[in-house]
Ligand binder design. Structure first.
Ligand code: PXG
Length: 290
């Protein structure tokens, strides 16, 4: 495995960072998880733009301009001879001293790892997954802004622990007003009276790139689509529910907090959008080996 780490291509064993990197000491940094399919990076520019905005929001300067970052990303995938997989881009605040002050860190760190991807078990895509709402609230925009894809994932990890303790793979996180925000690594959708609904990002969600893609595909199909506040009751009484994310793609949910959703089987809207999504991943994206 070849990893890009702070200016050079290294082996896995050589790819190490300083114990004084604020990415490690404080979770101070940003990242992206990007998929590539069939030799093309899916929604590459959208992911790079989100990385740029996450960094800008926390006053972190990316170590190089986006076109250069894109070239490094493609080069890392090529050196690993992969056509299908996942690439993780990590920008840390860099090496500093033991104080919180981020401005003591002179140079941001940059790590790029290309690998194969571990998915949810295939059976869950067929049968649908069971998820639970958890006590851990999604942080609000006035605390750790959910729209910043930062290295500070403890909020999501605490929720993930609750899901696993409950025997589930994913958790629904509510915001402090009790409205549905998102899952720990996925956005959430429901279908009600034939309308596709997802919470607005202002409820405490990441502006997922899979979410945006699915919204666009749904509009192209002519499905009515609305971003609206959702409660647990809305989830329980939905006709369909599914999650979206780079890793998960589009995955059906058939049980929430023990309540059966709709017919108890993955629904037709999810099936159609999943099919459209998978087709798009196979036919579009930035070529890696061109
Ligand atoms: N919400 C959160 C909090 C996320 O971290 C998504 C939604 C979906 O966004 P995209 O742009 O991917 O459609 C994410 C991203 C994992 C893993 O290992 C998942 C994500 C990020 C990093 C790791 O499951 N999901």
């Amino acid at each position: 495995m070849t990893i890009y780490c702070n200016g050079k291509m290294c082996s896995r064993a050589e790819a190490t960072v300083s114990v004084f990197d604020h990415g490690l000491l404080y979770g101070d940094g940003v990242f992206e998880g990007i998929r590539f399919y069939n030799g093309r990076v899916f929604k590459c520019d959208e992911h790079l733009q989100r990385l740029h905005e996450s960094a800008h929001s926390i006053m972190l300067h990316l170590p190089c301009p986006l076109p250069e970052l894109k070239a490094l990303l493609l080069d890392t995938i090529r050196r690993n001879d992969l056509r299908d997989g996942y690439v993780r881009l990590v920008v840390t605040r860099g090496e500093g001293n033991l104080g919180l002050n981020p401005f003591t860190c002179a140079t941001p760190g940059l790590i790029i790892i290309a690998d194969r991807i571990a998915l949810y078990p295939p059976a869950l895509y067929q049968q649908g997954m069971a998820i639970v709402t958890v006590a851990t609230q999604r942080t609000g925009a006035e605390a750790v802004p959910p729209r910043v894809k930062s290295l500070n994932y403890l909020n999501n990890i605490l929720a993930k622990i609750e899901a696993i303790n409950a025997g589930c793979e994913e958790a629904v996180m509510l915001n402090r007003f009790g409205f549905v925000a998102e899952c720990t690594g996925d956005n959430i959708f429901i279908v009600k009276h034939g309308v596709l609904l997802t919470p607005p990002v202002s409820m405490g969600a990441l502006q997922g790139i899979t979410r945006d893609t699915v919204l666009e595909l749904a509009r192209q199909r002519g499905y009515p689509v609305r971003e609206d506040t959702l409660t647990r009751h809305d989830l329980f009484c939905a006709e369909e529910c599914f999650l979206t994310g780079t890793a998960a793609e589009v995955i059906p949910v058939t049980k929430i907090d023990g309540r059966v959703i709709g017919s108890g089987a993955p629904g037709p809207v999810m099936h159609q959008l999943r099919e459209d999504f998978l087709k798009l991943t196979q036919t579009t994206g930035t070529p890696i080996y061109a």
